[in-house]
Design a protein around this ligand. Structure first.
Ligand SMILES: *Cc1c(COP(=O)(O)O)cnc(C)c1O
Length: 357
């Protein structure tokens, strides 16, 4: 399918953000977006890159009432030699369709997903920030836009991609965060939508996040929804715990999101002298191991921050420090290696980097 390029009138061009230290996350958007429609009986049609603008949507659309929507998150980088790259975009394309299947939305051609993003990013290349730690965040989304209140899969969808120049996550330094283990609210249950990247999972997590913030914690660590006993994941990150050179993470049992960064950490680990174990982690055992000093580091993995060091964990009012509240060696090494590959400073041994023409 060809993507039509709708001209961008000069008066619709926005000023670039001159001070890259002010970018923050997801506050600014570029001049253009990619939009493809799906209509039943017709399939995907009308692919176009057009000026970024609000949608005019009927208030009855399914997405507004029953949250039929999915999304993705990945980044584009501008290397010091001027080349533009994406990091493992085919993984996002595949996961997008896994989410689509769960939420009863049509499959989106994976080649068009990657090609469409490449074309859009290429047109918007001047928006990619270049300061250390910055990137262009890419947000593919699918929403149900049929205006009907009956509860059932829509007959009309928008697939769209917007771009946001984002700042360095660790502008104030690579500092460990405090995490609150959530023992009341749950994020996902077996058979639920935990494995899908869908807005509803986030809507139901807001309350726990707000309460954690009030107590001074950055995010919550979710336990399994059935027994509230096994460690699952954090907000928008998968979690790893290091026992010396052995790193442990929860298995993909259906209620946690299969992170691209999680997969990259697992694949990278052996070359850094680490062994990886995917196994159920009982929160009580974990707390015992932290108290005994066996857990040497903890960190999260996700596209937005890549690797997030965790320096403090609170469970049922007991607060435990990790790595003396400092950034551990493994955490630092994984962060440096992953961001090094993403920005072209380190060799890409895995074929993860995709150049945008
Ligand atoms: C997106 C997301 C992650 C991280 O996935 P990455 O592909 O590494 O960015 C983890 N958990 C949840 C709930 C997510 O939505």
């Amino acid at each position: 399918m060809d993507i039509k390029i709708i001209p961008l009138p000069a008066e619709k061009m926005k000023a670039k953000i001159a001070d890259q230290s002010q970018l923050g996350f997801g506050k600014y958007f570029t001049d253009r977006m990619l939009l493809v429609e799906w209509k039943s009986g017709q399939g995907w049609c009308d692919a176009r890159i057009e000026p970024y603008a609000p949608f005019m949507l009927d208030p009855a659309c399914t997405v507004f009432h029953y949250a039929q929507e999915i999304f993705e998150g990945l980044k584009a980088y501008k290397w010091s030699d001027g080349r533009i790259t994406l990091f493992r975009p085919e993984m996002n394309a595949r996961r997008f369709n896994q989410s689509a299947e769960r939420i009863c939305m049509p499959e989106f051609p994976e080649e068009l997903f990657v090609k469409g993003i490449e074309q859009l990013v290429s047109l918007e290349r001047d928006w990619i920030p270049t300061a250390a730690g910055t990137s262009l965040y890419i947000r593919p989304t699918m929403i149900a836009v049929e205006p009907v209140l009956g509860v059932h899969p829509s007959n009309h969808y928008y697939f769209y991609v917007i771009l946001s120049p984002v700042g360095a996550y660790y502008a104030a330094g690579f500092k460990p965060v405090g995490i609150l283990v959530e023992d009341h609210y749950v994020r996902a249950v077996p058979g639920g939508t935990g494995e899908a990247k869908t807005g509803g999972n986030y809507a139901s997590s807001l309350k726990a996040g707000q309460e954690a913030e009030k107590k001074g914690y950055a995010q919550v660590l979710w336990l399994d929804g059935k027994e509230r006993r096994f460690v699952e994941e954090v907000g928008a990150m998968n979690m790893f715990f290091a026992y010396g050179n052995r790193i442990v993470t929860a298995p993909l049992t259906g209620s946690i999101l299969s992170g691209v960064t999680r997969d990259s950490v697992i694949k990278l680990a052996p070359s850094l002298g680490l062994t990886v174990e995917e196994k159920q982690i009982d929160i009580n055992d974990l707390m015992t191991d932290i108290r005994a000093g066996k857990v040497t580091e903890a960190f999260g993995s996700g596209t937005a921050a890549v690797i997030t060091p965790v320096g403090k964990l609170c469970y049922k009012d007991e607060v435990l420090q990790l790595t003396g509240g400092n950034v551990g060696g493994i955490t630092q090494k994984l962060y440096d290696t992953l961001t090094g590959i993403q920005t072209g400073k380190l060799k890409d041994e895995f074929g993860w980097v995709r150049f945008v023409g």
